[in-house]
Design a binder for this molecule. Sequence first.
Ligand SMILES: [Zn+2]
Length: 320
Amino acid sequence: MRRFRLPSARAGPDRPAPGARAVIPFVRDMDVAYGRPDRLSPLVRRVIANNPGPFTFTGTGTYIVGSGLAGEVAVIDPGPDLPAHLDALLEATGGQRIAHILVTHTHADHSPLAAELARRTGATVHGLPAPIAEESEVPVEEGQDRAFRPGALVKDGDRVLGPGWTLEAVATPGHASNHVCYALLEENALFSGDHVMGWSTTVIAPPDGDMAAYYASLDKVIARGFKRLYPTHGPPVADVAPFLAAYKAHRLEREAQILDQIAQGRGRIAEMVPVIYAGVDPRLHPAAALSVLAHLIGLVKSGAIVCDGPPGPTSVYRLP
Ligand SMILES: [Zn+2]
């Protein structure tokens, strides 16, 4: 077991630009020990996988739902197919039965261990298969787990029950087209996957990532008034309403900056990115360009801007 504390500041393409008003109250401090079950509430434990990285922060946080005293538990986002992580999950749930495995989406840091964990425990795997859409050219996210085969295809509102706990599926496309969050009704809490993360903004990478869908899914979560978020990466978010308000305001602010660039005659992504992301490491500009493209696709869809042909990375965008 290895313990470390990460620095609380981190560079990322979606850090607020200088002068930006929407400051997201990120939560990043956590005491990480790979393989150790951390109790976060009477019904929730978390085991972190040893796969830290630019998209996973300290690693994938796999949640175990159920009191842990006896009976059936559920596992949310089993994570990467690492033997040590499998052993840690089996050890943490010794004496209980893993009856259900729920997957938020099929990026490779979330779902691959589901198959082996289900084989070892007989659990039902809930989720949605990987989308058919091509993956984006710039690596801004883990790849797709195309081998994922859920035994139960999840629909919005579906419920999975165990002793003392109820999980409800909340369909939240945007980060990924097959993204589903799971609400723990007894705690009015949400396992938010990569839809909302405490440590960072989420990546919306076309073609599978969809900004218009993301906004709708964000509003859906805001409307539920959850008291706590358990993201798959990083610590829980306790002050949910102001966090989500800032999370959304940050996106809208970025969108306003993009519209402003277009109004000033900078209609190509290659012209906008160096201006909007002037304070950001140029190595992150390709990822930023993809995020800008996601905004532009959404703005074309809503009619706020136009371009010739389908919106792409080299299109010229203008006001209608
Ligand atoms: Zn993801």
